[in-house]
Design a protein around this ligand. Structure first.
Ligand code: NAI
Ligand code: 15L
Length: 270
């Protein structure tokens, strides 16, 4: 890996990675729709709209690996998801194929499987159960990654990220927290590990209350350093301040499940 492109550079995760990945590869290109407010003089930034195939083609030409973070990161109307996350993700994989990029690490999300109840432990072979249009776009990105891996030989790692933060923010996040440094470990496995063909890893730290079997990541050498239980008291206190949410509290995806929910809770999948 000589040249790595990171999309979504101006976002919350991008801002953290711009610090944590500094010096990790000889050249790192950062891209986004908008310029990061704190861009340093020694950082290479190329603006591009993911939905514009020609712009994305130019940004991707000459890179060896891509960390694809860019796009809509919450639930939004379909038109926005379609443009940034569906068309945008296709443009990234397709340009990667055309330019002979070796590896892509795709920022998927726990919301690709958010409609599993919290009492279920799930692995990466479990069928997707998106909890939102946003979650559907992440399941699409994982499927697209599989196509480009198996048909075109791209090495692809999808990270089903829980929640990236300095510490778990509430009770649900005690189960899904991802310490930023652990995210960096997962990204570097995706970019550098010799055995990657197509993998899905859960983006979670060492969470005692976790819901996910992350054996595939551990097999590739992942050793998370974050322990959510060390932050339990503050997370539970924050949870106590939240309004009641019986549907959200039942499912792994939390409020993404209860948002717009008008199904019959008794018929909801278990
Ligand atoms: P964010 O919303 O802070 O950043 C996303 C960035 O993508 C923004 O800077 C935005 O300008 C850019 N973007 C949006 N549409 C674009 C377009 N059409 N063309 C170019 N750039 C565009 O999101 P965050 O929190 O940094 O997340 C990064 C990625 O990780 C996202 O893909 C998100 O879905 C995923 N993820 C994040 C989690 C978290 O805890 N922050 C949890 C699970 C997944
Ligand atoms: C995500 O996928 C979002 O991008 C992030 O903003 C959080 O909402 C996270 O999931 C979560 O589930 O906490």
């Amino acid at each position: 890996m000589r040249t790595v492109l990171v999309t979504g550079a101006a976002g919350g995760v991008g801002a953290r990675l711009r610090k944590l990945l500094k010096g990790a590869y000889p050249q790192i290109r950062w891209s986004d729709l908008r310029v990061p407010s704190d861009l340093a003089r020694d950082e290479t930034f190329l603006p591009a709209d993911l939905a514009d195939p020609e712009a994305i083609d130019k940004v991707i030409a000459g890179v060896d690996g891509i960390v694809h973070l860019g796009g809509i990161s919450i639930e939004r109307p379909w038109e926005e998801i379609l443009s940034a996350n569906i068309v945008g993700c296709y443009n990234v994989f397709e340009a990667a194929r055309r330019h002979g990029v070796k590896r892509v690490v795709f920022a998927s999300s726990n919301h690709a499987v958010g409609f599993y109840p919290r009492r279920r432990r799930i692995g990466v072979e479990t069928p997707v159960r998106p909890d939102s249009r946003y979650g559907v776009s992440k399941a699409f990105g994982e499927a697209l990654g599989a196509l480009y891996a198996h048909k075109h030989g791209l090495r692809v790692t999808c990270l089903r990220i829980g929640n990236v933060a300095d510490e778990p923010l509430d009770q649900r996040r005690l189960s899904i927290w991802l310490k930023p440094e652990d995210l960096v470990q997962l990204i570097r496995i995706g970019l550098d590990h010799p055995d990657i063909r197509y993998e899905i890893f859960y983006g979670a730290s060492d969470n005692e209350r976790g819901w996910w079997d992350n054996a595939a990541a551990f097999r590739h050498g992942y050793r998370p350093s974050g322990r959510s239980e060390s932050h339990r008291d503050r997370a539970l206190a924050a949870h106590a301040e939240l309004p009641p949410d019986p549907v959200g509290d039942w499912y792994q995806g939390g409020p993404f499940c209860s948002d717009e929910f008008d199904g019959d809770p008794d018929l909801a999948p278990i």
